[in-house]
Ligand binder design. Structure first.
Ligand SMILES: [Zn+2]
Length: 309
């Protein structure tokens, strides 16, 4: 449990209290989408006693604070809010948001190591896929059967993406990172390598060494940033260093993780996992959507034939 670094939730107080108790060392963040939605829901003309023009101005300031790239930038917009907004808005904001700004302002969220996820949208996306395939009141057996189908479908999609990677010619450093990292992580690193090469890197606002950097990307992702690459170029150091890359982005770790998820680790297969793989292999690679449609047609035909009989 001590290795869990970050949680992201909406503002559900019970949920957050439980997480704080069980994971005292983890950072608790608020989903940006939910934060902005709460601003729109609470800062209204009726609730705050303000005009629509004042409401628009306040919402704009609140959004700018949420996306602030530094503490100074946040403070500057906050000062403007205090000067220009009505007392009701300032009071609401101070009571509910200012004291916990480390949990929802972008610059603080990146520093927590949030892997650049400022919202729960990815999780919500997976949840909606599950809901589209799995009936709401499924038995636990049926739920697990269909859960594995969705996971296999996602795994197949990822495999397709992986196989399409690695076509263009590249330098030894690029090739080494491509072989080391997942396609998603590699795309980030490749972009930062290019940026450091073309001199578009601004190093003045960050504290950088040849292995560390205070910038948001390095803090959030645990991958080498353009600032580190630039410093290594200037000191003629090898741009490739496995120690710069968090293990969670490395292909070997990813493959091990997928093997565990799909029950294919040598010596640990159980009958359930093997059974699920056989079911999955019969499912088309078109994914969960095709499965859901096929199932609906089967249910319809089944009901129809029973009615006819
Ligand atoms: Zn950096």
């Amino acid at each position: 449990m001590s290795s869990t670094r970050v949680f992201m939730t909406d503002k559900d107080l019970s949920e957050r209290s439980v997480i704080r108790n069980i994971f005292p060392d983890a950072t608790l963040l608020l989903c940006l989408f939910h934060t902005l939605r709460t601003f729109r829901r609470e800062v209204t003309c009726e609730k705050m006693g303000i005009t629509s023009g004042q409401q628009q101005l306040c919402l704009e300031l609140l959004q700018r604070m949420a996306y602030a790239k530094s503490s100074d930038a946040y403070q500057s917009v906050y000062d403007t809010l205090v000067e220009t907004a009505s007392a009701s808005v300032v009071q609401y904001f101070n009571r509910n948001w200012h004291g916990i700004r480390a949990e929802w302002v972008r610059c603080h969220a990146l520093a927590s190591g949030n892997l650049m996820n400022c919202t729960n949208n990815r999780l919500e996306s997976i949840n909606s896929k599950l809901k589209s395939v799995i009936d709401r009141y499924s038995t636990i057996e049926k739920f697990i059967d269909q859960l594995y189908i969705v996971l296999q479908s996602q795994h197949d999609d990822n495999s397709c993406l992986k196989s399409s990677n690695g076509i263009k010619k590249a330098t030894p450093v690029v090739t080494a990172y491509r072989q080391l990292l997942t396609p998603y992580a590699f795309r980030h690193v490749d972009r930062h390598l290019v940026s450091s090469k073309h001199g578009s890197t601004d190093t003045s606002t960050h504290e950088t060494t040849t292995t560390t950097c205070s910038c948001g990307f390095r803090q959030a992702m645990g991958l080498p940033c353009c600032h580190i690459f630039l410093m290594r170029r200037q000191q003629n150091l090898d741009l490739y260093d496995i120690e710069l890359c968090s293990e969670r982005w490395q292909r070997q770790y990813y493959q091990w993780h997928m093997a565990v998820t799909h029950g294919t680790t040598a010596g640990t297969q159980d009958k359930r996992a093997i059974c699920q793989h056989r079911i999955c292999n019969r499912i088309s690679r078109a994914g969960h959507d095709k499965f859901r449609r096929s199932r609906n047609i089967c249910v319809f035909r089944c009901n129809h034939s029973q009615t006819s009989a």
